[in-house]
Design a protein around this ligand. Sequence first.
Ligand code: ATP
Length: 357
Amino acid sequence: MPETRLSIQGLCRSFDGRRVVDDVSLEVAAGQVTCLLGPSGCGKSTTLRLIAGVERLDAGQIEMCGARVAAPGLHVEPENRQIGLMFQDFALFPHLSVADNVGFGLRGSRAERSARVEEMLGQVNMGRFAAQFPHELSGGEQQRVALARALAPRPAIMLMDEPFSGLDNRLRDEVRDQTLAVLKANGTAVLLVTHEPDEAMRMADEIALMRHGKIVQRGAPYNIYNTPVDKEAAAFFSDINVVSGVVEGALVETPFGGFLAPGHPDGTAVDIVIRPQHLRIDFDRRKGGPLATPSDGMPARARVKRARFMGRESLIEFEMEHDGSVLSATVPSVFLPEAGRVLWLSMRRDRCFLFPR
Ligand SMILES: Nc1ncnc2c1ncn2[C@@H]1O[C@H](COP(=O)(O)OP(=O)(O)OP(=O)(O)O)[C@@H](O)[C@H]1O
């Protein structure tokens, strides 16, 4: 087991009587990337600022490498915490060369410092830019220098707040992957704040999903995506379709057939949730519609309302015949049915989530 580098417990912080960070606990181990993911205003940045020590906590405690750095009545200053920081507006020092930027926070002899600068610039493939100044670099290059600068003093923990949001789309993926490789090679414990699910899925070993100041779910990207704790958690990662019903005898009857609802008492109103890419579309090959199956339930008739070509995939909106509700499906873009066409939709049982309303 890699050692735990960062451990926070019961972290709380209020502004003007409003709890912005509400009982947040998590750990990050050496070599691990944890993404704090959530909508704007949920308290991610404040959590990071508390850990960095630029904000003071109201309750809870923070430990770094086994030593307590913050608790009520205890506040170790940011420069004495073993952290590296990277923010969206990461601002390199404009009047210093690339090499001097990276060497800025380093201690030791001149020879030691310049060896470390060279090593770090090599890691981010920026060695040949050592003598240049920040304004002579592209956004992606500046970002790589900022990463080298943050990692040069060998911080035990790296705190990153939306570090890639200043980069354009294409460059972003590339810089993300390079950054991840360098962080992993250094074995740093990383806590990265983002509001973008794609970024979290791409970068994280563990995602901590945050809402209204609380962590509502923690887990590997695969688990968070495939076993969301509630409808909002499901909806955070993609559009969703919702079919509502009521439990009777551990079963919810819908036009898509019955859904098992063990453990939910009779009369419980529930939402059955499925992502657009998991709706199954069938043609009416035999009159009367496709057969029901245990894995897909009962197909329901739907009329194509609108089909849009989106490049890699098509987005099809269906109006359901039984109640006029609209469900969306995404399919590979070779399939683009005309509006008005009648098709059959079914809900793959292993891809549905059932939540009490
Ligand atoms: N110093 C402060 N004084 C008063 N309110 C604050 C302060 N810092 C943050 N807040 C409030 O706390 C809430 C959470 O802010 P925070 O920046 O942590 O959210 P966030 O999840 O990082 O959102 P974003 O992605 O938009 O930055 C917001 O409503 C914000 O206005």
